[in-house]
Ligand binder design. Sequence first.
Ligand code: AQP
Length: 336
Amino acid sequence: MSSEAAATRPRVLSGITATGKLHIGNYIGALSVWAREQDRFENYFFIADLHALTIPENIQPDALRERVTEIVALYVACGLDVDKSVLFLQSRVPAHASLAWIFNCVTPIGWLERMTQYKSKSDRANPSAGLLTYPSLMAADILLYQPDFVPVGDDQRQHIELTRNIAQRFNSMFGEAFSIPEPMIRTSGARIMGLDDPNVKMSKSLAESRDGHAVGLLDPPNKIRKTIMRSVTDSGTEVRGDGLGAGVENLLVLHEALTDTTREDSLAEFEGKGYGVLKKALAEVVIEHVSAIQERYNEIRADRSYLDRILAEGAEKAANIADETARNAMRLTGLL
Ligand code: AQP
């Protein structure tokens, strides 16, 4: 696609934190939407490595470097096309960190303390300042690119709202520098729940410590089957459309998202059938999807120089836009 053609389309920007192994929730809520909609937008997708440092006890330098390579390979394997999407690593575009500092200075602490993600993670001993200011870095990640839409899962709704508030506050204090982006959140499948506990969101960090919590995009078929067959449902035995517990609801949502079907379709298929039937069907659908991703992943994962090149070229293209926005913010605040 020529850059002129891309430039006439609305712009999207999104990313995934390099905190652990990508799971089926990341795929359904984010990656599959990014890949599917690539032709409609001018696309910027990054790997958030700076955000991966917010919990210092978890920083493992070699593992972080490996994870970044794994994630960029998964981006491509999930269908992101480097001719249609700019893929880059957050830390390689220094404007992210510099605009985040400016945003830290204009964002009231109370706004950050109210974030549910901060509240849920700050009960550890000595939470880092980065954990608190994470959302102003995320605001910088987004606003640097002046995107029209930010395609994310439902858990990011509050962060996008804060990003909009930060943009409005900056604009009213210093002049119109940032356009106000809209979240783009799918109607079903935007919050896949844990397979071991359907009351918590499936997340990379929980998957690190809890076997059976998530299906990883790189899990082998037997592990996927085991995770899904053991997933938590409820005391019922068969699918009943009029009284779905959270666990069965989650399995249906997964099945519908991956087969592109509706609730009506899935009730026609599973109503009155045992939970085991639904789980078996879901396991096969997940394995089919994930195997296709893994096949492509395995072709490119070992080609380090190809993956490094994608990130180097991506950083250059991303910086072209980000630097201009950051310079404008610096001029408006008197830093330039
Ligand atoms: N369970 C999910 N269902 C649908 N979408 C999801 N996303 C994350 N979890 C789900 C979306 O994936 C993108 C990347 O999000 P992330 O890097 O924050 O992923 P995570 O799995 O939530 O990772 P962490 O590091 O373990 O975060 P915490 O501990 O905060 O949950 C986003 O678009 C996200 O919405």
